[in-house]
Design a protein around this ligand. Structure first.
Ligand code: URA
Length: 231
């Protein structure tokens, strides 16, 4: 593949930035100064350094997005802004969000081009935990909590799987579920006589939403975080 594409895929910036780095002698291929952006490299075996860093080729790309309310979890939409639009210059055809959050839901959304990882995270048989912070219209009582923990009838064929409820204050809870049914959290709370006023996803599997990541912003997942998701 082309050297400039390789470096840009590794996250070293735009192709024009990389062109400047090559010209400035900041890029080496197997110890030799790189000549030009279109130089061909073998991403699996060449040792490539840029600005003093060794570049490790990643087959797939993984982003953590702190989804804001008001954008839809889709790759394209005729009239609404999508979560992919928030990636700006890093938006690419092959990327997609792993699962959906409602338009008014905030929080952790993974965006990737790794279909196998998405399949593993979303597969009903894998029971990957999703933890949500919910602000409620009414105080949560013990009876509501117990029903959520046992599984509730939300109008589907089967009851929901038992959830984990943690009461933070009288109208604020965290709810952890292992399924991903349509509007599941809102429907579960409605089924026990409450209503969700605000919803935010905090965690998916072992991956927590980065508290330092402002709403509407994204960043690449670290290698360790990708490994956490693959567990
Ligand atoms: N459950 C919901 O009701 N909405 C979401 O966005 C996610 C889970």
């Amino acid at each position: 593949m082309r050297l400039d594409k390789f470096l840009s895929d590794c996250g070293f910036g735009t192709r024009s930035q990389i062109k400047k780095d090559i010209k400035a002698g900041l890029v080496t291929v197997n110890g030799d100064r790189a000549r030009k952006p279109e130089q061909q490299v073998d991403e699996t075996s060449d040792h490539i350094c840029c600005r003093g860093h060794t570049c490790v080729y990643e087959k797939y790309v993984y982003y953590m997005l702190h989804k804001p309310a008001g954008v839809v979890s889709a790759t394209k939409d005729a009239s609404e802004r999508t979560v992919l639009d928030l990636l700006g210059a890093e938006k690419k055809e092959a990327l997609f969000p792993v699962g959906r959050l409602d338009k008014d839901t905030e929080g952790l959304l993974i965006i990737t081009d790794d279909g196998a990882l998405a399949h593993r995270l979303l597969s009903p048989s894998r029971h990957v935990d999703k933890e949500y912070e919910c602000h409620l219209a009414y105080p949560m009582d013990e009876d509501q909590k117990k029903r959520l923990e046992q599984g509730v009838d939300i109008g589907d064929k089967a009851l929901t799987k038992p959830a984990v409820v943690c009461i933070l204050d009288e109208k604020k809870i965290t709810l952890t579920i292992t399924e991903g049914r349509f509007h599941q959290v809102k429907r579960m709370l409605h089924a026990v006589g409450n209503e969700v006023c605000y919803l935010k996803r905090l965690r998916m599997g072992a991956l927590m939403l980065d508290r330092e990541l402002p709403t509407g912003c994204f960043r690449r997942l670290t290698q360790e975080e990708v490994e956490l998701l693959s567990k």
